[in-house]
Ligand binder design. Sequence first.
Ligand code: GLU
Length: 315
Amino acid sequence: MAYLNSLEEANQIIPSVLDEIKTEIAPLLNKGKVANYIPELGKVDPMKFGMAVRLLDGTTYQIGDSQTNFSVQSISKVFSLTKAFGVLKDDLWKRVGKEPSGNPFNSLIQLENENGKPRNPFINAGAIVVADVICSHYDEPLNTILDFIRELANNKQLKMNIGVLQSEKKFGNRNAALAHFMKSYDNIESDVNEVLDCYFGHCSMEMNCVDLATAFLFLSNHGVHPISGKKYLSASQAKRLNALLLTCGTYDSAGEFAFKVGMPGKSGVGGGIVAIIPGLLSVSVWSPGLDKHGNSLAGTKALELFTTKTAVSIF
Ligand code: GLU
């Protein structure tokens, strides 16, 4: 087995590793369950699989359906968090915690026990508080986030899927409950409907694996996007955001994900996962079938195979 020790070795190693992964995950593609609690998401073909790797020097490796758009869902919480962290700095943590929740991503129980302060920014309640921060600081909060995502991904064409957006709004009663509940604890400043429009809007964004890997590159480069040279977070903030991804980024199986994969990453119920290796690369994968925690089943396996076969991980 040839391990990847530096960017220079990537050309020899990554293309064949991606080929092997595609073959090895094939039996898993129909094993997961496509999310259908947002009915529009349930229409996706479960056999889709794509993967993209972007190195800090801009090189891209990709395989399968890496250029097919899909619903990024919770992955978009990383982008809204980046914006809100940039705005509020460490005051953000007065409104939202930094601990794994150990509960389902849309749980109400913990929120009551902890007086309306969400455990972390990646459970729905936390991301709704983050959306509220954006609403308090920008005249056009949703457009601000969408444009920010387009900038990070270097793709002006990115759009929301309006069918998914409508489906989210129609079936988003639990998220509305979370938002109203936090408003009763004064942890939501803006009008609840405005905050939910922003939250549902960024979750319904569609991107492909290459877009997502590109958009996460700044997190593998101390907060500076290596392609544009633009600084989005300080090195210290990027370190902290990556720590949150490792401990809270993959629902309540972040421990299992860290154990198997060894990279900070964020998943979404659309079946996407994006992960990074600081100083080296970002990698994204898409396969719509989910495991019981809400992470892409074949996608998690693909990332595990990637770090096993290349021996790059944060550990
Ligand atoms: N918009 C989705 C929700 O609020 C996000 C779910 C996810 O990907 O975790 O339920």
